[in-house]
Write a protein that binds this ligand. Structure first.
Ligand SMILES: [Ca+2]
Length: 514
C-alpha cells in the first residue's frame, strides 16, 4: 500500500477505485500521476484499430498489426533521471481483458524511436506493455557526443527507469501490480534484456533475448576490423554477384549432412567448409574465387583478429550466411558500427572508416567503456537466477549482422559464472537454423517466444524444443523444432520433412562449441 500511496493522493484513489470497468482508475486520470523524475505527457483512450504511429506514413504502408489493436489506454511520459536526460516512454494498457502481466519490448540498432509494432503485438496478446526511445531521437549515435549521461540512458538507464515507471502506471490503472514481468527484445533489444537482468535482477521475472548485441564494444570494433580486412585491397573485395556461388558450395558440402537436403544447415558448426575449393584454376574468374577473394571468404568465417596479439576481437559468421555477407563485408562497414566509432570510441564526428588502424584503434575502442555502460560484457547473472529469473535466448544461425558465435560465447561465459549450473532451469539458448538477423531467411523464423518462457516460469523447466514455422506469402510451408544448444533437429526417417512432428532434438557433440 505504501507504494500506491506515493503514486496517487489518498482521496484520488478512493474516488477512482470503484468503477465497473476492468481498470481501477480512468485512463485520463493517469495524466495526474506524480512520478519521481518523470512527467506524464498524455493519457488517453485509443479506440480499437484506430492507432496510427506518429510521423509520416511508412513508404510500405501502415502495418496491418495496428488495425487489430483492441481499445487501450495510451500513456506517454518523459523521464529525466539526470539533468541531461530526455527519455520518452509509452505505456499501453488494454482497456479490458488484461492478462495481468507486463511485457516490456525492446529496440533495434541505435534506437531513438518507440517500437510501435512491438507494443501493438503485446497489447493484442493481452499484456500491459511499455517501450522507450532510450533517450534520444533517431537511429544514430550522434547524440552521444558530449552527452555522457545520454549514453548511460541508452546503455541501461532508460529501460530500467521505463520499467519502474511502467509498473507504477500499471498499478495505478488496474489497482494491482502485474503478476509477471517479461522482457522481449531482439538485437539491441537483446542486449537491453541481458543488461536489465544483470544490473536490475528484480525488474523482470523472465527475459526473452534474440540475437543480442552483447559484448557491444567488441561487436562494433570487430565489425569495422573485419570489414577493413576483407577490403584491404580492391582485389580482396568479394563482388556481391559471387555470394550465391559461395552459398551454394556450402550447401553442396553440408546441407545433406543433417539428413534433409532442404537448403538449411541444421548444425553449421559441424560444416567444415574451406573456400579454397572455389579457387580459380585458370585465367578466368567466372564461377570461382580469386586467391585474394578466397582469403577474404576465409576471414568472413574466421572473424576479426587483433593484428598484434592475434586474439579474437569478434568471431566470424557461420556457414550458410553467405548471402548476407554484404552486411558486414560490403564496401563499407555497417553504419551502426561507423557511428559507434565516430561518436563513442573516437569522439570525432569527422572520423571515416578509411582512417581505421587496427593496431591502435581496436585497443582504443576496448578502453572506451570502462564501466561497461554499453558493453553488456558482464555475464554474471547469478543474482537474476537466484531470485528465479529465466533467460530464454535465441539466435539465427544465418545471422549476417550479429554473429551467432557472439551469443554462443556469451552463453558459455554465463555458465562460467555459475560453474556450469542453470542450463535448462535458469538459462537456455535455442539456435534457429537458416534464420537471418532476428527474422527472415530460409529457416523457420516464426515462433512464440513469450509463451514458452511463461511455461518455463510456471514449470521450472525450459522447453525441450520450440516448434517454429516458415511461411511463404502468408502460408506455413514448413515446421521444425528449435533445439537447445548442443542438440540438433533430426528427422525420424519417415513422414514429411516439412513437419516438426517428424523430428526429434538429439544431442550433437559436433559443432556445439567452436
Ligand atoms: Ca539440411
Amino acid at each position: 500500500m505504501k507504494r500506491r500511496a506515493c503514486l496517487l493522493p489518498a482521496l484520488a484513489i478512493i474516488s477512482l477505485w470503484p468503477t465497473a470497468s476492468a481498470s481501477a482508475a480512468s485512463c485520463e486520470s493517469i495524466a495526474a500521476l506524480n512520478l519521481p523524475n518523470a512527467k506524464v505527457t498524455m493519457a488517453q483512450v485509443v479506440a480499437p484499430g484506430l492507432f496510427t504511429p506518429p510521423g509520416p506514413p511508412p513508404t510500405a504502408g501502415v502495418p496491418t498489426v495496428f488495425t487489430r489493436i483492441p481499445q487501450f489506454c495510451r500513456v506517454t511520459a518523459t523521464l529525466t533521471p539526470s539533468s541531461d536526460s530526455d527519455i520518452k516512454i509509452e505505456v499501453w494498457l488494454p482497456a479490458s481483458g488484461w492478462n495481468g502481466k507486463f511485457q516490456a519490448v525492446g529496440n533495434g540498432g541505435w534506437n531513438g524511436n518507440i517500437p510501435y509494432a512491438a507494443l501493438a503485438n503485446a497489447v493484442i496478446g493481452g499484456y500491459a506493455t511499455a517501450a522507450t526511445d532510450t533517450g534520444h531521437v533517431g537511429n544514430t549515435a550522434s547524440f552521444a557526443l558530449g552527452h555522457p549521461e545520454k549514453l548511460i540512458d541508452f546503455g541501461y538507464r532508460a529501460v530500467h527507469e521505463m520499467t519502474v515507471k511502467a509498473k507504477s502506471i500499471i498499478d495505478a490503472f488496474y489497482g494491482t501490480a502485474p503478476t509477471l514481468s517479461i522482457w522481449n527484445g531482439c538485437s539491441q533489444g537483446g542486449r537491453q534484456g541481458i543488461t536489465a537482468a544483470v544490473r536490475y535482477p528484480t525488474d523482470f521475472d523472465g527475459v526473452v533475448v534474440g540475437a543480442p548485441a552483447v559484448n557491444f564494444v567488441h561487436l562494433h570494433a570487430g565489425r569495422v576490423a573485419l570489414n577493413r580486412s576483407v577490403n584491404v585491397t580492391p582485389a580482396n573485395a568479394i563482388p556481391a554477384s559471387k555470394l550465391p556461388l559461395i552459398n551454394q558450395a556450402v550447401l553442396n558440402a553440408c546441407d545433406g549432412k543433417d539428413g534433409v537436403t532442404d537448403g538449411v544447415l541444421e548444425n553449421p558448426g559441424a560444416c567444415a567448409f574451406d573456400p579454397r575449393v572455389l579457387q580459380c584454376s585458370g585465367e578466368s574468374d567466372n564461377g570461382c574465387l580469386t586467391p585474394a577473394q578466397v582469403e577474404s571468404a576465409s576471414r568472413m568465417y574466421a572473424g576479426a583478429k587483433h593484428p598484434t596479439t592475434n586474439a579474437s576481437v569478434l568471431p566470424g559468421l557461420a556457414p550458410g550466411a553467405e548471402l548476407g555477407w554484404n552486411v558486414l563485408g560490403g564496401p563499407q562497414p555497417l553504419s551502426l558500427a561507423v557511428d559507434t566509432f565516430k561518436y563513442v570510441f573516437m569522439k570525432d564526428k569527422s572520423w571515416e572508416p578509411s582512417r581505421f588502424n587496427p593496431a591502435i584503434d581496436i585497443d582504443l575502442a576496448m578502453g572506451s567503456d570502462p564501466d561497461d555502460a554499453l558493453g553488456a560484457s558482464n555475464a554474471d547473472l547469478r543474482p537474476f537466477f537466484a531470485r528465479g529469473g529465466k533467460l530464454l535466448m535465441y539466435h539465427g544461425w544465418s545471422d549476417p549482422q550479429v554473429t551467432p558465435y557472439n551469443t554462443i560465447d556469451f552463453f558459455y561465459k554465463v555458465l562460467q559464472t555459475t560453474g556450469g549450473a542453470g542450463v535448462g532451469t535458469s538459462i537456455q539458448l535455442y539456435m534457429v537454423p537458416g534464420m537471418n538477423h532476428c527474422q527472415g531467411g530460409p529457416g523457420t523464423d516464426i515462433f512464440d517466444k513469450v509463451g514458452p518462457l511463461e511455461e518455463w516460469i510456471r514449470t521450472g523447466t525450459a522447453p525441450a524444443r520450440i516448434d517454429a514455422a516458415h511461411m511463404t506469402k502468408g502460408v506455413v510451408d514448413k515446421t521444425r523444432p528449435l533445439c537447445p544448444l548442443g542438440q540438433v533437429a533430426q528427422w525420424n526417417g519417415s513422414g514429411s520433412t516439412n513437419d516438426a512432428a517428424n523430428f526429434a532434438c538429439v544431442a550433437s557433440t559436433v559443432g556445439a562449441t567452436r
